[in-house]
Design a protein around this ligand. Structure first.
Ligand code: S3P
Length: 440
């Protein structure tokens, strides 16, 4: 057990009012990386200021992009990035440290693919345990070299090539990081590069590349890009992150008396599976579309405390649309009547921590019976769930587990302890003060 423990007191009252959440992490990473690849100066606003996005910013700086982003009063980053365009990135003088960020490491592999430089990618102890062959394998088919060849774990050195081959790739798993890495390499390959997925994953790359002058074609499980194309500077306004909103929304669903509205959040359906799941559980939730930035829809989510929630089954085809929300939805399922089943969630084992094992472990501490069968997660809820005093939850340094277990305490009547709570800086640095502020 880690010695870095934070005491989380129960909230003073119900979660009420109207708020916003920080910028979307996936869109922020892409805005930073695509702007660095493009010719000219892009203008970005609403960018998430967090440890993960910072890893992408520092990476593109080390590769020669000029990043001038400044912190705004609302906590977001705004400003410009001048990309390397047709000149390409410069050879960095040391390894690129992607910290805890899988998105940085995996997307960078696609970004670097067309350039004849040698770049060593590394990360923190969690990232160095996460699988990379799912990205290096298709890129090797396109002509990229990696050293050591075929290695699963970082550190890995990439040696790109200007002679990339377009490929038609059947992805073994629904992963937007994999799809994006291959499509980004495909921008520079001769011909059409296509990725076919077993289930639809988030589509921010397909929606955003055309904003940078690169046409894409996409249906729900196939995306293509025709190369070679030159990326041109663009303007991106990043909406609020639905994955961060999910923590406040789920907390409000289980905290008596709550009534919460979250404005300016991305309502991209590839990301709002948690809203549909809460609807199916009977939660009093609704969404209103208010606008669109580029091709990304955004709007408002409204949720009220729901005394009676029902368990439900989430089919495999829908998992990617809520993949980062499984831990917090599992906590809601723990409060619901009946069994909730998340089908085919094996990918949770290779997130920032083993979220499948950690979720089952944390729910067991709450006295909830949860188990895995094959790659499915089962949770037997208890509408009368009462959190016992004196619990310590292990976050394993994973931001989404840290927020999930904090909410177990925040919405109950006794404090809980959460290890390595500081990991929330990866995606939602002000999570605790925001939720406490809404409960006063
Ligand atoms: C992300 C894709 C997902 C998600 C991650 C962000 C992205 O990962 O879990 O937090 O921005 O493309 P996978 O591609 O591994 O499913």
């Amino acid at each position: 057990m880690s010695s870095d423990v934070t005491l989380i007191d129960p909230l003073e009252g119900p979660i009420r009012g109207t708020t916003r959440v920080p910028g979307d992490k996936s869109i922020s990473h892409r805005a930073v990386l695509f702007s660095a690849m493009a010719e000219g100066t892009s203008r970005l606003s609403g960018v998430l200021d967090s440890a993960d996005v910072n890893a992408s910013i520092e990476a593109v700086r080390a590769l020669g992009a000029q990043v001038d982003l400044e912190k705004q009063a609302d906590g977001s980053l705004e400003g410009t990035i001048t990309g390397w365009g047709s000149e390409g990135p410069k050879q960095p003088d040391k390894p690129i440290d992607c910290a805890n960020s899988g998105t940085t490491a995996r997307l960078l592999m696609g970004v670097l693919a067309p350039w004849d430089i040698q770049v060593e990618l590394t990360g923190d102890s969690s990232l160095k345990k996460r699988p990379m062959r799912r990205i290096t394998a298709p890129l090797m088919k396109m002509g990229v070299r990696f050293e050591p060849a075929g290695q699963e774990l970082l550190p890995i050195t990439e040696i790109g090539t200007p002679k990339l081959r377009a490929i038609n790739y059947e992805a073994p798993m629904a992963s937007a990081q994999l799809k994006t890495a291959v499509l980004l390499a495909g921008v520079y390959a001769q011909g059409t590069t296509t990725v076919k997925e077993p289930a639809p994953s988030r589509n921010h790359t397909e929606l955003m590349l055309p904003e940078y002058g690169v046409p894409t074609t996409a249906s729900s499980q196939t995306a293509s890009v025709k190369g070679p194309a030159l990326m041109q500077a663009s303007e991106v306004v990043v909406p609020g992150d639905p994955s961060s909103a999910a923590f406040l929304v789920c907390a409000a669903a289980i905290k008596p008396g709550s009534d919460l509205t979250i404005e300016n959040v991305s309502l991209n359906t590839a990301r709002t599976g948690f809203v549909r799941t809460l609807e199916r559980m009977g939660a009093d939730i609704d969404v209103v579309h208010t606008g669109q930035e580029g091709k990304e829809p955004n709007g408002t989510i409204h949720i009220s405390y729901t005394p009676v929630l029902r368990g439900c089954e989430i089919p495999a085809q829908h998992i990617a649309s809520l993949v980062d929300e499984v831990p917090i939805l599992s906590l809601v399922a723990a409060h619901a009547r009946g069994v909730t089943v998340f089908k085919e969630v094996g990918e949770l084992r290779v997130k920032e921590a083993d979220r499948l094992a950690a979720t089952i472990e944390g729910l067991a501490q709450l006295g909830i019976d949860a188990w895995e069968e094959g790659n499915d997660l089962y949770i037997e809820g208890n509408p009368d769930l009462v959190v016992a005093p004196g619990l310590t939850f292990e976050s394993y340094g994973d931001h989404r587990l840290a927020m999930t277990w904090a909410i177990a305490g925040l919405t109950s009547n006794v404090p809980v302890e959460v290890t390595r709570f500081g990991s929330v800086a990866v995606s939602y640095p002000n999570f605790l003060s925001t939720i406490q502020g809404l409960a006063r």
